[in-house]
Design a protein around this ligand. Sequence first.
Ligand SMILES: [Zn+2]
Length: 227
Amino acid sequence: MAQGHSVDEYLETIYFLAFPIGEYRPLAGGSPTLASRVAEMLGVSRASAGEMLKRLEGEGLIERGEHKEALLTATGRKRAERVVRKHRIIERLLTDFMGYTPAEAHVQADLLGDTFTDDMVERIEERLGNPDRCPHGWPVDPEAEQAENRDLAALSELDAGARATIVRLAEHDGELLHWFYDEGLVPGREIEVRDTQPAAGQMTVKLNGQERAIGEKAAAGLFVRPA
Ligand SMILES: [Zn+2]
């Protein structure tokens, strides 16, 4: 079994692969070998990921698709959505109640892992006033998240001249998440693409009246609602 990664973490990763937005976007062109993609996302060996996927399959949480890719069963999807939802509520507890910055909240929420029972999370959610989104803009309700995916694009997909509002930040790369906040690239901020330089792996954007370059990696992690 993969060290340090629980069944829930695997389900969460597969969930993000199943709803292609975010840093878990499937590799361009062709069907990804999912075991390797899951391994890459979790930073484990392919063998470890393969073993865990076998276990998830045995427990009826995933099934294999045409290309051996892992697909969540109804049970697996329900559990994955619960994990995702819980993570977002805990992040809000950390920012709204415990004073952590949004940039810190993701990692801290991961550290808490399974500390809170489902009942505790429900109570926390109510006390927080049933927040709509995590501090990084992801809807607490996975149904709302999936519905909203259709309206969003990664900033890196926009052409010169496009205007958009930042809605969600990719949050699984802690250093990048800190960088977003340091640079003022936060949910609600309006941004305009002035020019793209694909050969150099960057684009020029206008933010707060100033032009600046943003690299491909960062632009791929900013999910925006085009105007
Ligand atoms: Zn978040």
